[in-house]
Design a protein around this ligand. Structure first.
Ligand code: SAM
Length: 220
């Protein structure tokens, strides 16, 4: 039987730095957020490995490198109002919350939203968890200085882009169920500028603006 991995957060930070994460504030946020608190107990020995892990409901906590790259691409200064679409375990929201003013995070699956809410209340009190379909954004609390979509969207969703402030940034995986690119979009007064950050693999964004995959009964 393979021995459990017992990497530390400090080792994870070293791995991310070597992999190309440059922003020291992002690395510090990764150092501070206890990833082990966001995963099932049986998987805790792997909490500080740079890998995605299952969190139930066929969903995953993202690979720390991907979380770091996405947050780095947003250029957060510490005061921003952030929207995250796809709470999952809540880990990404907690890391973003270390570097922003506040984070509103939307999760479509009730079981995951329910599990993430108390965890985030304790570990990242500037995060608000909402259960619902975030595929068209969350206009109630718009505009946002930064938006993170943590599930693969079939297109760059216009209604979500319109919820960005001027000079706001959005980061999202965009593509088909087979191939996706991580994309960062910056809004200016007159246009949206898009840049590719490379290929990635995410679970699909479902709901009105996403892929039509989920039995609606599973949302509640
Ligand atoms: N960053 C998260 C973490 O650290 O655990 C991982 C997010 S997981 C890769 C993507 C999440 O997006 C899943 O929990 C999935 O249920 C959620 N999701 C998919 N479509 C959604 C939608 N339309 N609105 C909100 N959440 C959605």
């Amino acid at each position: 039987m393979a021995l459990p991995r017992l990497a530390t957060r400090e080792q994870l930070v070293a791995v991310l730095r070597k992999a190309g994460v440059r922003d020291e504030r992002v690395l510090e946020a990764i150092r501070r957020v206890p990833r082990e608190a966001f995963i099932p107990e049986r998987l805790r020995p792997w909490a500080c490995d740079n890998i995605a892990l299952p969190i139930g409901d066929q969903q995953t906590i993202s690979q720390p490198y991907v979380v770091a790259c996405m947050i780095e691409a947003l250029h957060l200064a510490g005061t921003e109002h952030v929207l995250e679409i796809g709470t999952g375990s809540g880990y990404g929201a907690a890391v973003a919350a270390e570097m922003a003013g506040d984070v509103v995070t939307i999760e479509i699956l009730a079981s995951l939203a329910k599990a993430a809410a108390p965890r985030l209340k304790e570990l990242a009190p500037n995060v608000t968890v909402i259960q619902g379909d975030g595929s068209l954004g969350w206009p109630e609390f718009a505009p946002y200085d930064a938006i993170i979509i943590t599930a693969n969207s079939p297109t760059l969703p216009r209604p979500v882009l319109r919820q960005l402030t001027n000079h706001g940034r959005l980061v999202a995986p965009i593509g088909s169920l087979k191939e996706q690119q991580l994309v960062v979009v910056e809004r200016s007064e007159t246009r949206f500028t898009t840049r590719d950050l490379g290929p990635v693999r995410f679970v699909p964004l479902i709901g009105a603006g996403g892929f039509q995959l989920l039995d609606p009964a599973r949302r509640n």
